[in-house]
Write a protein that binds this ligand. Structure first.
Ligand SMILES: [Zn+2]
Length: 411
């Protein structure tokens, strides 16, 4: 019986440490008295928990609050130097790695282009090389490592740290955690890219104080992360948020999707749909700046190139983005009607064209949502733009430490 009591006490202690650590993360700078008021724990418990978090070097004191009449209170905040984190984003045609401090501030980064036709093993080797460079950067700065996070498109088995299926990569059953943990000796966390980006917005971005929001991540596909009632909603198997494959546009003009199905929402609003719209316009020889930019840059029509044309006032580029924006908004309207979120956060590579897509998307939301729901939703840009998943890879490691502070490892 005694063992059980001790185990229970340790469990409660860990929960309370996490509670205090998350409060400090979310509301810093904050005093011990304020923490007690916010959590309902008594002041001596709070002091003892804070002491332990300071001993773990996760939290530090940052001087005193002299505002108000009472005795000045010492304020606490997260210690950004608690250690650093490596984040890896696996994209469809690139891999990126980043090294940040514990608060997600970037210390080093690197990206490498990959050929989607390349063998999986070669792309994995390229990724491991980037990770080695990140570790070298941390060692050079004499910073301890807290872990490695990997954000990948597709469905992920969180317990195994394994990619189950990524339609846009054509990858199946990839044991990322095993592979990266064996190579680095670090704690490794793997998460779906959109879910990771959602956690990043909550920990470091535009949704720090927001308990109900949806992150929509658009690029090659459209992924979503649902943050509901103060936590990421994963669904029974961790696969929630695959909004891009909803048959929102099913009908006579169904477009084939990488997942093998037809009529998926993302095929009407992803980056490829915009490139197709541009190509269709150029095929009927409308006058446009795009062919000249393509020749100058010796490049196919990419999203950054089309954006450049739009910035110069090119009507074909602008209306291609706007058309995709309408399709984007039609899908969003469904989500808004379902969930009544406070915010929709737009991130991913396509978000560079937000100024051309969002007005049309907003219009579609207003048109298709019940008025009292549609009018209340704010659309905001991700704090991290195209880096949303990369910083997401950092956030999943930080989030684990916020949940289980005493299980933290410094390597
Ligand atoms: Zn699909």
């Amino acid at each position: 019986m005694e063992t059980k009591t001790t185990a229970d006490q340790a469990f409660v202690r860990e929960l309370n440490l996490s509670l205090i650590l998350r409060r400090i993360h979310n509301e810093s700078p904050i005093s011990r008295a304020h923490l007690a008021a916010r959590t309902g724990l008594n002041k001596s418990t709070v002091s003892s928990l804070v002491e332990e978090l300071m001993r773990l070097e996760l939290v530090h004191e940052i001087g005193q609050n002299s505002i108000g009449a009472g005795r000045p209170a010492t304020l606490l905040e997260i210690n950004p130097q608690a250690g650093c984190i490596i984040g890896v984003e696996l994209g469809v045609d690139f891999v990126a790695a980043v090294l940040t401090d514990f608060m997600g501030n970037i210390l080093w980064r690197s990206t490498a282009g990959t050929d989607p036709a390349e063998a999986q093993e070669n792309i994995l080797r390229q990724t491991i090389q980037l990770v080695d460079e990140a570790i070298a950067a941390a060692r050079q700065m004499s910073l301890p490592l807290l872990g490695l996070g990997l954000a990948t498109p597709g469905t992920v088995d969180l317990n195994e740290g394994m990619l189950i299926f990524a339609p846009n990569l054509h990858w199946v059953n990839v044991p990322f955690r095993k592979r990266f943990a064996e190579h680095t000796g670090l704690k490794v966390f793997v998460e779906n890219d959109a879910n990771a980006a959602t956690i990043a917005e909550h920990l470091f971005g535009v949704a720090r104080q927001c308990s109900d929001f949806v992150l929509v991540f658009a690029g090659v596909g459209i992924g979503g992360g649902f943050f509901l009632n103060g936590e990421l909603y994963r669904g029974k198997n961790g696969f929630a948020g695959e909004i891009g494959h909803s048959p929102i546009m099913a009908g006579p003009f169904e477009t084939p999707c990488h997942c093998g199905n037809r009529g998926c929402w993302e095929t009407y609003a992803n980056q490829y749909s915009i490139i197709q719209r541009v190509q269709a316009r150029l095929a009927v020889k409308r006058s446009s700046l795009i062919p000249r930019l393509m020749a100058e840059q010796n490049s196919p029509p990419t999203i950054p190139l089309i954006k450049q044309a739009a910035d110069a006032g090119d009507a074909e580029a602008i209306s291609s983005f706007a058309e995709a924006g309408t399709a984007f908004g039609q899908g969003l309207a469904t989500i808004v009607n379902f969930l009544n979120p406070e915010k929709i956060i737009f991130g991913g590579p396509l978000s560079i064209a937000a100024q051309y897509m969002l007005p049309a998307a907003q219009e579609a939301i207003s048109k298709h949502c019940l008025p009292e729901i549609g009018q209340k939703v704010n659309m905001e840009l991700s704090h991290f733009g195209a880096d949303a998943s990369l910083i997401g890879a950092i956030a999943i490691v930080a989030d684990n430490i916020l949940s289980y502070p005493t299980h933290m490892e410094r390597r």
